[in-house]
Design a protein around this ligand. Sequence first.
Ligand SMILES: Nc1ncnc2c1ncn2[C@@H]1O[C@H](COP(=O)(O)OP(=O)(O)OP(=O)(O)O)[C@@H](O)[C@H]1O
Ligand SMILES: [Mg+2]
Length: 237
Amino acid sequence: MKKTILNVEHLNKVFKSGDKTMVILHEVSFAIEEGSACAIVGPSGSGKTTLIAICAGLERPTQGAVLLNGTAMHSATEEELSRVRNHFVGFVFQSFQLLPSLTALENVMVPAEIRGQNHARSRAQDLLRQVGLGARTHHYPIQLSGGEQQRVAIARAFMNRPRILFADEPTGNLDTETAREIVRLIFQLNAETGTTLILVTHDRELTQQANRVISLKGGRVLSDTRKEIGIPHVANA
Ligand SMILES: Nc1ncnc2c1ncn2[C@@H]1O[C@H](COP(=O)(O)OP(=O)(O)OP(=O)(O)O)[C@@H](O)[C@H]1O
Ligand SMILES: [Mg+2]
């Protein structure tokens, strides 16, 4: 039995606007084994981004528990959260969130330098080479295509050798060829480093390569399929 790296228990997220309350996540529970690749799928607005933001410690749940590598993220202090994020977590945002005033190399390198990581420049250069951007390190985001910016964001997410990578539609808005390249890259990094992957995606190819597919609808887990077993486990039906 492999170690569980992420444990989500009875997660609820409610947003209040005025006197209206919106239930965004409802009693979401699952456990993810270390080294596995999990796709999170579901229609727009079903709560995918909110879910992984809470799992990665970028947002707080209203109720429920998130244990990431043993840390109780739901009750951790801001200091603990940033320590866990800096040491264990990589995050690729739906919008790439590159800093426009920094070059590709600086975008990958600077957050690591701020964390006090050694050899940030040479590691950033290596990663940019791995994502096929060795010749683009001194370009600014505005000088890069969407797919290239996405690859810079992926290189940045791998800087701290994360134990777990959360990626929000890493192949969204990319052409088939570039999307395939990004998928290959993410799974290669997963195979080489044992990084657990949590991928929000609409990409069928990406979903096929995952060994776990969690499907959300209206903030609930609609289905949770483990491919090793091959039998869908239907939750909250
Ligand atoms: N800060 C917020 N305040 C109020 N409502 C929010 C907030 N963030 C998200 N929501 C709402 O929560 C719901 C789920 O949003 P979320 O971004 O998690 O969906 P998603 O599944 O990632 O959708 P998409 O596929 O379009 O990215 C949406 O209805 C959204 O409007
Ligand atoms: Mg989203």
